[in-house]
Design a protein around this ligand. Sequence first.
Ligand code: Q46
Ligand code: ZN
Ligand code: ZN
Length: 320
Amino acid sequence: MICRKCGDKAVINMRQHKLALCKVHFPKWIVAHTERIINIYRMFKQTDRVLVAVSGGKDSLALWDILWRLGYQSDGVYIGLGIDGGIDYSNASLRLVEKFADERGLTLHTVNVQEKYGQTVPEIAHRSACGREKPCSVCGLTKRYVMNLSAREGRYDVLVTGHNLDDEAAVLLGNTLNWRTGYLHRQRPVLETKQGFVRKAKPLCRFYEREMAVYALLRGIEYMQAECPHAVGAKTIYYKELLNKLESDRPGAKLSFYLSFLQAKEKGFFALNNPVVNLSKENGADGEKLNICPSCGQPTSVPGECAFCRMIIINKLDSG
Ligand code: Q46
Ligand code: ZN
Ligand code: ZN
């Protein structure tokens, strides 16, 4: 297998694009293709201030590296969730993110959930009914809340995350299997800014996970190889395995599943006249009137304290 651009030995064959590239041309292609994706979906402009949510994993660090190479004004935010799992997961991830930012002279903001809100995410989850078994729903709520707050406080124009095609296709499969039309309506590469919710974008949404792994390797990016200990048994992992089986029989199936979905949305499928659209809370459903949380000033779909503040207040009462 040889590189289509120079004829050298290829390091990757992207069968969905019928494109094999070498160790020099593949990273360059990733950077250029990311810029195309940013422009196709009008995610942000060169003059925008971009905040990258970095976890220490390959995708978010690769994304930050790409944006830095493209010359975007990008800072990072790392959220210390306080997950240990026997491998000091959160602290080890933070060290890798700090090293990455130092090496490139980039600005990193860190938010330690325990220091700021009094408890780690597993501790909050342990006390709240919804998180007794797994802390993931508490974790997701906390991350969305802190990311939005950090982007607003820092006056960033857009918040970007490292979700790749495998992530997006797995979420899409889960939502389709259950016909969660509200979530299908909201699943997009860009969520516009709205009443206190910062604009969000996913510039890696058309890259396969394995492409980002090869990119990180070729760029020498040190990332957290271990999965979060709480990810074991997650439904999205199962959906990813199913999609990988499909992909190995039909190269390109994953990409076409996702892109056909986006095209269908452009044609008006999953449009607003669906009464269950309000099921999706991310950035608030379109047309939904948002309220302001009296405790923290962040937007919320229900009157009174937002879901995050309610969770923290109830936990403090329980532990006090
Ligand atoms: S970090 Fe948090 Fe994930 Fe760990 S606790 Fe679950 S949601 S698995 S992306
Ligand atoms: Zn080449
Ligand atoms: Zn609040």
